[in-house]
Design a binder for this molecule. Structure first.
Ligand code: IMP
Length: 202
């Protein structure tokens, strides 16, 4: 029985975070695109779940391995959930975090409701087509201006509930402990452990 799991992402930050969380699981061999190359897929889904499924399914079909993928973004209440799945390209191509943040602040200028949340959806796709999904979120508010040098994306304008600092003012380890991505991945661990115990990952 196989105990190999392919991380279906080419994003180094995600790979590092996934490895950190999953390397404690005995009998599990984590593989990345460095070990087994796979093609990029276009993220054409209209939900995080659809995009995570697209990525996990494509990598699994191409390699024959159990594959884990994740999709995430920022939802802002006053913008009806935007930028959502368009988070990376909110202000157009090429992806530019500073321009995205400037556009977000512009759209929220004078808006009292600053509520936002990061959402992450994780999909585990097994050869044969069994699918497992988990999600995680982090509630917060959009700041009035960017602050902090750490993190990426919308971190400089996002203040988690109960905090005064933006996520870009958190230490990296500190952010990872509360992040939507961490919560979503962590929720997948019992499923992976169960599949390992059953020898059902491969
Ligand atoms: P991805 O699908 O996880 O690559 O995320 C898509 C986009 O959502 C990123 O390009 C960022 O703009 C935004 N995003 C996702 N997670 C985070 C985060 O933890 N902090 C800041 N921005 C994020």
């Amino acid at each position: 029985m196989s105990d190999r799991l392919l991380l279906a992402t080419k994003n180094c930050g995600k790979i590092e975070e996934m490895c950190d969380l999953l390397r404690g699981l005995s009998r599990l061999t984590l593989l990345t695109h460095d070990d087994i190359p796979f093609a990029d897929v276009e993220e054409t889904g209209v939900t995080f779940l659809a995009n995570a499924l697209l990525k996990a399914r494509a990598a699994s079909l191409e390699t024959g391995l159990a594959s884990l993928a994740e999709d995430a973004g920022l939802e802002v209440a006053a913008l009806g959930g935007a930028p959502g799945v368009r988070s990376a390209r909110f202000s157009g191509e090429p992806v530019d975090y500073a321009r995205n943040n400037a556009l977000l602040l512009e759209k929220l200028r004078g808006v009292a409701d600053r509520r936002g949340r990061f959402v992450a959806v994780t999909v585990l796709y097994l050869p044969g087509g069994r699918v497992f999904t988990t999600s995680g979120s982090l509630d917060g508010a959009i700041a009035s201006e960017p602050r902090g040098e750490g993190g990426f994306g919308y971190d400089p304008v996002f203040v988690p509930v109960g905090e005064t600092r933006t996520l870009a003012e958190f230490a990296l380890g500190e952010k990872n402990l509360v992040s939507h991505r961490h919560r979503s991945l962590e929720a997948m661990i019992p499923t992976i452990e169960q599949l390992l115990a059953e020898g059902a990952l491969g």
